[in-house]
Design a protein around this ligand. Structure first.
Ligand SMILES: O=C(O)c1ccccc1N[C@@H]1O[C@H](COP(=O)(O)O)[C@@H](O)[C@H]1O
Length: 219
């Protein structure tokens, strides 16, 4: 089975090159001022141009209004929007209709019951992203480097398309793939040397760990 791999929170050409050369299917750009990974639409546009035709550019927003989304979509021209706030099913439908772009809706997962929250979004969101619940006091809804119990995902219907994220790194990705067998994975802080600082060597190590885990499973 194909595995989509998204490297998120990219801010520099060097890190983007490492992600693309490693084999990322998606590259993510964060539009959230409180994040150490925040970029402007203009910065993201330059990086997205570098990725054009090689990896899909994903704009990550948190409860963004139309004015901000208009600026992002017009300037960066993303391939996909990731909605990482408390957007309702109606808001997701509005965003899809306004921009004619695929939308990935993020959910914080702590226990199996959290997965039931996707029900009203099915048939509206194109894809889901399951991230860990942010730690108490965190100002970030994602990018906290926190994982959740991946075995919860075994309870999902087979038809649910999603990316697994939250605290992934080269050391644990083998377990994540074995336990959840996700169609996609998404990583940010696990390939950073400091908050918001991507490390090309860690990105390379992550792709090697993914390849090794997939080879082991195929053997
Ligand atoms: O990364 C951020 O700063 C961020 C800010 C606001 C919304 C989402 C954000 N990141 C998303 O969270 C996942 C998981 O991150 P991590 O691997 O646990 O650090 C990340 O891939 C982004 O999609």
């Amino acid at each position: 089975m194909a595995l989509d791999i998204k490297i998120c929170g990219l801010k520099t050409a060097e890190a983007l090159t490492a992600a693309i050369e490693g084999g990322a299917s998606h590259v993510g750009f964060i539009f959230f001022p409180k994040s150490p990974r925040n970029v402007t639409p203009e910065q993201a546009a330059t990086l997205r141009e570098q990725a054009h035709g090689r990896a899909k550019g994903v704009a990550v927003t948190v409860d963004a209004d139309d004015t901000f989304l208009d600026a992002i979509v017009h300037t960066m021209q993303p391939d996909m929007l990731q909605l990482h706030g408390s957007e309702s099913p109606q808001r997701v439908a509005q965003v899809k209709a306004r921009y004619a772009l695929p939308v990935m809706k993020a959910f914080a997962v702590h226990e199996a019951a959290d997965l039931a929250r996707i029900a009203p979004y099915r048939g509206i969101a194109d894809r889901f992203l399951f991230d860990a619940r942010p730690p108490a006091g965190s100002e970030l809804p994602g990018g906290n480097g926190v994982r959740f119990d991946w075995t919860i995902l075994a309870g999902l219907d087979a038809g649910v398309d999603y990316m697994l994220s939250g605290g992934l790194d080269a050391a644990n990705i083998g377990d994540a793939l074995r336990l959840a067998n996700p169609p996609g994975i998404d990583i940010s802080s696990g390939v950073e040397s400091a908050p918001g600082v991507k490390d090309a060597a860690l990105i390379e190590a992550f792709f090697k760990a993914v390849a090794a885990a997939r080879n082991d499973r195929a053997a």
